[in-house]
Design a protein around this ligand. Structure first.
Ligand code: NAI
Length: 344
């Protein structure tokens, strides 16, 4: 099958180019042809254009509306703002989607299959913070203002309901703290109730869970949950908690979905300690590429990629060093490509 979908490719920093190469090899084996526009960002962007998010990269995503990106380093000092935050703002990437699935059975928790939708632009992450001086201490009082809007809550909730139903998920937990933060997270819960009643009742079951209880329940019995949807800060914490249930961030993919673009990435960073050694685990970025394939409706290829990863891990027992295996990035990729080509 021949497809040619325009997309931006940002190799990123550290292990970024290594795991991007591995992911491209997997996509090539699947015979998916993206029409890649390769752009630099992060430290590579500073080197090539003096900006961690050069305008050429932004223009490219403006044109393609679709990107696969490696991890970006934001240098501390030098006054640079995080490129990841700038990308979220520039393309109004309001939905952060983080699936968590057991990939290698036999861990502390088995058969985990959770899907978390996190609001990505609002809440306590808007950065409205300041200090008030008192008694000679210039930073005696710290104040942060959270902002959740009805419209912002609505669009994330609608995205979550629509996608959970389309994926055949059975229930969705709305996670909040409306008993204490009555306005800030109450507006999110209120909007969820309204939206559910008017549009989604009967199509999926909706639960309401207070965030602290949710954290405890996820540790005690994660199987009671299916899909979760929540505000920015709670989503950040709970999606890392969920990644911990399946062995950490190493194999966690993430999608940032917006009105103007969709950007897919591994959740981990640029791993400078192992960069250039050829030993990085490329699976998180490969799973992000599988999400990207689903996004462009190439569901069959997405499923084949996930199945090939499962089989490489669990049938061939080929794993990179971070998972206790002996394969380097190239050997793992070769085994995966063989699986794809043999119709895994
Ligand atoms: P990190 O995720 O890069 O590394 C943490 C540990 O996990 C390291 O020991 C690393 O070797 C290991 N690791 C990470 N990914 C791995 C992989 N695919 N295979 C094998 N081992 C892996 O986190 P760290 O060190 O805190 O951050 C490094 C840089 O990455 C920072 O500049 C940070 O700002 C950036 N970063 C970028 C992100 C993004 O672009 N989305 C996300 C997180 C961090």
């Amino acid at each position: 099958m021949s497809t040619s979908i325009p997309a931006t490719l940002i190799p990123g920093d550290g292990i970024g180019p290594e795991i991007v190469d591995a992911t491209l090899a997997a996509l090539e084996a699947l015979k998916v042809s993206f029409d890649w526009d390769v752009q630099q960002a992060g430290l590579a962007g500073i080197k090539s254009a003096g900006d961690p998010l050069p305008s050429a990269a932004l223009d490219s995503i403006r044109r393609t509306h679709l990107a696969l990106k490696g991890p970006l380093e934001t240098p501390s000092g030098g006054g640079y703002r995080s490129s990841n935050v700038r990308l979220r703002e520039a393309f109004k990437l309001y939905a952060n989607v983080r699936p968590t699935r057991t990939l290698i059975p036999g861990g502390r928790y088995d058969n985990i299959d959770l899907l978390i939708f996190r609001e990505n632009l609002e809440g306590l992450y808007t950065g409205y913070e300041h200090y008030i001086p008192m008694d000679g201490d210039p930073e005696a009082i710290a104040i942060a203002t959270g902002v959740n809007t009805r419209q912002g809550s609505h669009r994330l909730l609608e995205y979550a309901f629509e996608h959970a139903i389309a994926l055949g998920r059975k229930k969705i937990a709305v996670v909040h703290k409306a008993n204490i933060m009555k306005a800030l997270t109450g507006i999110f819960l209120d909007e969820a109730r309204k939206l559910y009643k008017s549009k989604y009742a009967g199509k999926i079951e909706m639960q309401e869970v207070i965030v602290d209880a949710c954290a405890m329940k996820l540790v005690l019995n994660p199987w009671q949950f299916d899909t979760l949807v929540t505000t920015n800060l709670f989503g950040d914490i709970l999606s890392d908690l969920a990644a911990g249930l399946v062995g950490g961030l190493g194999m966690a993919p993430g999608a940032n979905i917006g009105t103007d673009a969709a950007i897919f990435e591994a959740v981990h960073g640029s791993a400078p300690d192992i960069a250039g050694k050829g030993i990085a685990n490329p699976v998180a970025l490969m799973l992000a590429a599988a999400m990207m394939l689903d996004h462009v409706k190439l569901h069959e290829q997405a499923t084949r990629l996930r199945k090939a990863i499962d089989d490489t891990f669990n049938v061939d027992q080929v794993r990179t060093g971070d998972l206790g295996g002996k394969a380097d990035t190239k050997a793992f990729t070769a085994a995966l490509v063989a699986r794809i080509k043999n119709g895994s």
